[in-house]
Design a protein around this ligand. Structure first.
Ligand code: PXP
Length: 247
């Protein structure tokens, strides 16, 4: 069964837009779980533009649910993660001026820092996933620095226009998934996935986990978060059925 991590950063984006105390992120986490989320994913950014430290603490303390903390490779974030102890940390590149995470980690170019971060987190019992572009060099480098998993960046696939481009980007994801699995890495995927494009990625038998945020939170405006998560689970399940029948 593929795991679904629901990223609730944008519930906090709404709250921060007005500097209010609501909507409460931990309430969103409860609603997502009722809809079938297997884990809650949050990105505690250096600039705290959406998720705040308190949100992460409340989710951790108040809920018996797996927490996936997306974080940059900085001393500050490593200190927070080792205190909070999420089940998993997903290391992402972070630039202040970006609207959202724009590309995968340059693992080869930051090998020492990333290897050290992976070691510290794993030493605290936190599984480590690296958010990488779906290319062989990134997967090999992720394996070399000791990651447990890679989260394949699906943004280029999600933004592809027309069948040919879509299939080309999907093939890159598929090849990267096979390479990662062959090396013994767990394979996750996320970014830009929505109700219409998730099927191809969810149908890849190597993929064990998807992390999806914006599409679910947007849909929640119209149907509520629990229902929005249920609908995503159904979309994933439909795509997954043939792969599961074969395994
Ligand atoms: N995975 C990672 C590593 C991300 O940085 C994000 C965005 O925060 C997501 C998944 C979720 O992306 P989206 O909000 O586009 O579904």
């Amino acid at each position: 069964m593929i795991r679904l991590g629901v990223n609730i950063d944008h519930v906090a984006t709404l709250r921060q837009a007005r500097g209010e105390r609501f909507p409460e992120v931990v309430a969103a986490a409860h609603a997502a779980i009722l809809g079938g989320a297997d884990q809650i994913t949050v990105h505690l950014r250096e600039d705290r533009r959406h998720i705040q430290d308190r949100d992460v603490e409340l989710i951790r303390e108040g809920m018996a649910i797996d927490l996936n903390l997306e974080m940059a490779c900085t001393d500050e974030m490593v200190a927070i993660a080792t205190k909070i102890r999420p089940e998993q940390a997903c290391l992402v590149p972070e630039r202040r001026e970006e609207v959202t995470t724009e590309g995968g980690l340059d693992v080869a170019g930051n090998r020492d820092t990333i290897a050290e971060t992976v070691k510290s987190l794993k030493g605290s019992g936190i599984a480590v996933s690296l958010f990488v572009n779906p290319d062989e060099a990134s997967i090999l480098a992720a394996n070399e620095v000791g990651a447990d998993a890679v989260e394949l960046h699906t943004g280029t696939y999600a933004n592809a226009r027309g069948d040919a481009e879509c299939v080309r980007e999907f093939m890159a994801l598929r090849n990267a998934a096979v390479t990662a699995k062959t090396l013994g890495l767990r394979v996750h995927a996320g970014h830009g996935l929505d109700y219409r494009n998730v099927w191809r990625v969810a149908g890849l038998p190597e993929v064990e986990e998807l992390n999806i945020g914006f599409a679910i939170v947007s849909r929640a405006l119209f149907v509520g978060l629990t229902q929005a998560v249920k609908e995503m689970r159904e979309a994933i399940h439909k795509a997954r059925e043939p792969a599961e029948a074969m395994s």
